[in-house]
Design a protein around this ligand. Structure first.
Ligand code: MLT
Length: 210
């Protein structure tokens, strides 16, 4: 396993025991895009920003799509395993426990985080998914008993079908995950409410762990 597979940026946490935020950007972002949000929702946490390996006309993504909202499933499966392998390698290299990871993904980044939950249970056990949809139906249903997920979705989001967001929440719950799904009267863009929700949810996790 190697950390060379993905361009990334690791920033150590400010105190021992701080969580590690795995930052997965939206289409067109990079390893730095979510750093300001991460700092806002979990000040002092370690940060691991990862750049998607696929270029769509120059925009970084984590997997290929055939059209908006229509994914290249074979590519998604391969890229999901590659990302999960990278995360495991990064945990060894930068000395953090997988259990300390909180994935924070937006849009395409939320979709690969969801796919990682479904295909590689155990790599990510905590996730904030902003504007996520069901990325694929796994052949084997995962077991996600130890997993907690916050999803915030936009009631006026033109890019993410509502039914698909609901299907994802349902699939994660059926697998045993504790899922909080919050609908807001917003579109695809992130708002202060999204950040406030993640901050409160992460604070709740950290308090529960101490
Ligand atoms: C995706 O391709 O993952 C979703 O359609 C969201 C996006 O536009 O990136």
């Amino acid at each position: 396993m190697s950390i060379e597979t993905h361009v990334h940026r690791f920033i150590p946490g400010k105190e021992a025991g701080a969580p590690t935020l795995l930052l997965l950007h939206g289409t067109g972002g990079d390893e730095n895009s979510l750093l300001p949000i991460a700092e806002r929702v979990a000040h002092g946490a370690a940060m691991l920003g990862v750049r998607g390996n696929v270029s769509e006309y120059g925009s970084n993504r984590y997997f290929r799509r055939v059209a908006e909202g229509v994914f290249d499933i074979e590519d998604l499966i391969v890229r999901t395993h590659a990302l999960a392998d990278f995360v495991e390698a990064a945990a060894q290299r930068y000395q953090f426990a997988l259990s300390s990871i909180i994935a924070v993904g937006y849009s395409n980044g939320a979709n690969i985080a969801a796919s990682t939950l479904l295909l590689r249970p155990g790599v990510i056990q905590r996730a904030v998914l902003y504007r996520a949809m069901m990325p694929l139906e796994p052949e084997q249903p995962p077991v996600l008993d130890e997993t907690k997920v916050l999803m915030t979705a936009g009631a006026f989001d033109d890019l993410i079908p509502k039914a698909s967001t609901q299907r994802l929440a349902e699939a994660l719950r059926a697998a045993g995950a504790e899922v909080t799904l919050s609908w807001q009267n917003v579109d695809h863009r992130l708002t202060q409410e999204d950040l406030n929700a993640a901050q409160a949810w992460i604070a709740g996790l950290t308090n529960a762990a101490t």
